[in-house]
Design a protein around this ligand. Structure first.
Ligand SMILES: [Mg+2]
Length: 381
C-alpha cells in the first residue's frame, strides 16, 4: 500500500482553552489502494503543517504505509538534528495516527484490535471542565450536572487566576483557602462520589507548589497535575516526597526517552501522554508499556480535537494499565459537531469502544470546502 499524497487540513476557527486560542490540524495520507488515513495535531497548525509538508513528506511519499515502526524511525531521524521536541514531534504524531488509521482500514478492524484487542467493554472517563457552568463560580452545580450524567470524576484549575497575578512566585494562605473553596464545596456536597483532579498547568515554583499540595491534602483530590514546569524532573521528585497526594504528569513530555526520565525520577503516580504530541499512537503505546514496568497507570491527555478523541479511545480500549481517560463534555457536545458525524460522546459516564475499521471516524465532507479551512497537498511525482 504505497503512499501517494499527503494533505494538511487547517481549520482556522480555533477553540479557547486555559492558555488561549488553539487550532487543529488534520493530516490525510492517501495511498495507491484508494484508502486514506486521518491524523491530527494541535495547537499551532502553521508550524506543524510546515514540518509535515517540507520535512516528513519526502520521507513518506512512495513508501509502504503499513511499515509504521520503520516510517516512525525514519521520520524521527529526519527531524532529530533540528531538535525534535516541538512542532516536529507533533507533526510525526499526526502522521503516525493516520498510519494506524490506514492499517486498521487495510485489515478491516478497529485500531484497538491491532494494538492487542480490547481490555474493557467501555472506557471510564472524567470531565475536564470547559463547561458552560464555571467551576470557579458554580462548582457544586457543575459537579451535580456531571454526576447526574454518570460522570464521577472531574478536573478543575482554580489556582490559575492567582498564578497569573503572582506569576506563580508567591501565594498567601488566604489565596490558597479561596482557591480551594470550590473543591471543598464539591466534597461537602458529593463526598467521595465525585473525584476531583486539580490542574496547575505548570505555573508554580517548587516552594508554592509544596504549600498548595500540603493545604489540599485534607480534601483528597484525585491527583495534582503539572504543578511545576516540566523541564526539571528531579524537582518533581522533591515535590512528590513532600506531599502524600499523587502527582500526574505530563502531557508536555514527548517520546519514550522523556518518559524514561520521568519514570526514573519516580515522582509521578499517574502518567499522562498526549497522542497528538508524544509521537502518536505508536509512542503512546510504548510509553504505557514503560509505565507498566513501574506499576504505574496511564490516563491519556485528551483535550484536543475529535480525531485525538477517537485515537485516545482506541489506546484506552487496549492498554491494560489504563486508570481513566480524559474527555471534555463541551467538546463532544459542541465543538466537534459539524466536523465529524459522531463525536463519540460519553454514554452513562463511559466512552464507548470506538467503531472501526481504522479509527472509525472521518472528517465530514463539508469540512474540506469551509471558508475557514485551508488544504495543502504534496503528491508523488
Ligand atoms: Mg494538563
Amino acid at each position: 500500500m504505497k503512499i501517494t499524497a499527503i494533505e494538511t487540513v487547517h481549520l482556522s476557527r480555533g477553540i479557547t482553552v486555559h492558555a488561549g486560542p488553539v487550532q487543529w490540524l488534520w493530516v490525510l495520507i492517501h495511498t495507491d489502494e484508494g484508502m486514506t488515513g486521518l491524523g491530527e495535531t494541535y495547537p499551532d497548525p502553521l508550524s506543524e503543517k510546515a514540518v509535515v509538508l517540507n520535512r516528513l513528506a519526502p520521507v513518506l511519499l512512495g513508501r509502504d504505509a503499513t511499515q509504521i515502526d520503520r516510517l516512525w524511525a525514519d521520520m524521527f531521524e529526519a527531524i532529530a538534528y533540528s531538535g525534535w521536541a516541538g512542532a516536529e514531534m507533533r507533526a510525526i504524531s499526526a502522521v503516525d495516527i493516520a498510519l494506524w488509521d490506514l492499517a486498521g482500514k487495510a485489515a478491516g478492524k478497529p485500531v484497538y484490535q491491532l494494538l492487542g484487542g480490547a481490555s474493557r467493554s467501555s472506557i471510564r472517563t472524567y470531565n475536564t471542565c470547559y463547561d458552560n457552568l464555571s467551576f470557579l463560580t458554580e462548582p457544586v452545580e457543575l459537579a451535580r450536572s456531571l454526576y447526574e450524567g454518570g460522570i464521577h470524576a472531574m478536573k478543575i484549575w482554580p489556582f490559575d487566576p492567582i498564578a497569573r497575578l503572582t506569576r506563580g512566585q508567591y501565594i498567601t494562605r488566604e489565596q490558597i483557602r479561596q482557591a480551594s473553596d470550590g473543591l471543598r464545596k464539591i466534597k461537602e456536597e458529593l463526598g467521595d462520589a465525585m473525584e476531583v483532579a486539580v490542574e496547575f498547568h505548570g505555573y508554580w515554583n517548587l516552594t508554592c507548589a509544596q504549600q498548595i499540595a500540603r493545604a489540599l491534602e485534607p480534601l483528597s483530590p484525585m491527583w495534582l497535575e503539572e504543578m511545576l514546569p516540566q523541564d526539571n524532573l528531579a524537582a518533581y521528585r522533591e515535590l512528590a516526597l513532600s506531599t502524600r497526594l499523587p502527582l500526574c504528569l505530563s502531557e508536555r513530555l514527548m517520546t519514550r526517552w522523556q518518559y524514561r526520565e520521568l519514570l526514573e525520577n519516580r515522582a509521578a503516580r499517574f502518567i499522562m501522554p498526549d497522542i497528538c504530541w508524544c509521537g502518536g499512537i505508536s509512542e503512546a503505546r510504548k510509553i504505557a508499556s514503560l509505565a507498566e514496568t513501574y506499576y504505574l497507570p496511564v490516563c491519556p491527555h485528551n483535550c484536543g480535537g475529535p480525531i485525538l478523541h477517537y485515537a485516545s479511545a482506541h489506546l484506552a480500549a487496549n492498554i491494560t494499565n489504563l486508570y481513566i481517560l480524559e474527555s471534555v463534555r463541551k467538546h463532544y457536545l459542541e465543538e466537534y459537531v459539524g466536523i465529524v458525524r459522531d463525536p463519540l460522546p460519553a454514554v452513562n459516564g463511559e466512552i464507548p469502544l470506538p467503531p472501526g475499521p481504522g479509527l472509525g471516524v472521518e472528517l465530514a465532507p463539508e469540512v474540506m470546502t469551509r471558508p475557514d479551512v485551508q488544504v495543502d497537498r504534496v503528491s508523488l511525482q
